[in-house]
Design a protein around this ligand. Structure first.
Ligand SMILES: [Mn+2]
Length: 351
């Protein structure tokens, strides 16, 4: 457990103050658009759904932008999106372009870096932007003064749970609570890491409101073939020094999600951090890093130097890396080792 007993109280106080900005912004615009990061996960979709409920409470029907190719998403994510479509309109970036006005609000959920959403390059078109997120900021953070970004929560779902409570919003469809619970479980690896006093309070609250725990278990049930691939990555893990485990693989078989799961799994070993890089079907290398949250190593910073990524002390990743040399595998390994041994330091950005 992290932080002190006041953490939960403080979170609620700062959220309560932020709420007036959120309310005014929703009320003052023509249309609200909601977006999360590309390749949305449980936390992203759950946050989109809950933010939709907040807009509805303020008499605005939001447009939820999901620009991913639906076929590339997992069955669970597809199921969640289908559920959300019962209440909300889900659109693509093209749809947004055809319907934008000069007084639109964008709410960015579970993401603050501009290049991580399908609206990259279009942020200036919005009159107002609000960011609600739990990842650290850097020079790529979308420019806006209206943001609620804290690293002192498990997930974006946790923030949205408290917002729903403060707005006294209840949903007759318990799926929205189930999704938030799944979001929290994902970003805490089923409450094994990155949890705060407020996280456990949120989990209890969601279960109280009827969140379906067996449904959440279904969401996390392992697919046999995929789990074998996850473990093949874990099997390739080697200690780079006494504290960091690294696995690099060029089979070209893996999904970003599998790479993240391998990193989650390998963090069970005695180490401070894990970095997994593996070639994906499109030829790029996906990278996920996980840390135990101590000060000995900053995976957030490592991902930043490696390829402009980031995260926090527990969870970090960077955009896919394309390599075109004959020896791409050892190139990636060398890049990672160089960063770990301080041979590659990106100027002042090195914390
Ligand atoms: Mn998240």
């Amino acid at each position: 457990m992290k932080s002190n007993e006041k953490q939960s109280v403080l979170l609620k106080q700062t959220l309560n103050e932020f709420r007036s900005v959120l309310t005014e912004s929703i009320e003052d615009c023509n249309q609200v658009f909601l977006i999360a990061h590309e390749k949305p996960d449980f936390d992203a979709i759950a946050s989109l759904g809950a933010a939709g409920l907040i807009c509805k409470k303020h008499k605005k029907a939001p447009y939820i932008i999901i620009n991913d190719n639906i076929d590339d998403l997992s069955d669970e994510i597809k199921e969640m999106i289908d559920k959300i479509k019962e209440k909300f309109i889900v659109i693509t970036v093209d749809d947004y372009e055809n319907n934008k006005t000069n007084n639109d609000l964008l709410i960015s959920l579970d993401v603050n870096k501009g290049f991580r959403t399908a609206l990259e390059g279009k942020y200036k078109q919005f009159k107002n932007i609000i960011i609600i997120d739990h990842h650290s900021e850097d020079e790529n953070t979308i420019k806006t003064k209206n943001k609620f970004i804290t690293l002192e929560v498990s997930s974006c779902s946790e923030i949205l749970y408290y917002l729903l409570n403060q707005y006294k919003i209840t949903s007759s469809d318990i799926s929205y609570y189930t999704f938030l619970l799944a979001g929290i479980y994902l970003d805490t690896n089923k409450l094994s890491k990155n949890k705060f006093p407020s996280t456990l309070e949120a989990v209890g609250g969601l279960i109280n409101k009827g969140a379906d725990q067996s449904k959440v278990d279904d969401f996390f049930a392992l697919d046999f073939e995929s789990d074998r691939r996850v473990h093949s990555l874990v099997d390739k893990t080697i200690p780079i020094n006494t504290t960091v485990l690294v696995s690099v693989s060029d089979d070209g078989l893996y999904t970003q999600e599998e790479i993240a799961k391998a990193a989650d799994y390998a963090l069970n070993y005695k180490c401070d951090a894990v970095i997994i890089a593996a070639k994906m079907k499109d030829g790029s290398y996906g990278v996920s890093a996980r840390g135990k949250g101590n000060d000995r190593i900053s995976i957030d910073n490592i991902m930043h130097i490696l390829n402009g990524g980031g995260g926090n002390s527990i969870n970090a990743s960077c955009p896919p890396i394309f390599k075109d040399s004959d020896d791409e595998l050892s190139d990636i390994k060398k890049d990672i080792v160089d960063i770990l041994t301080f041979k590659k330091i990106k100027g002042s950005e090195n914390k």
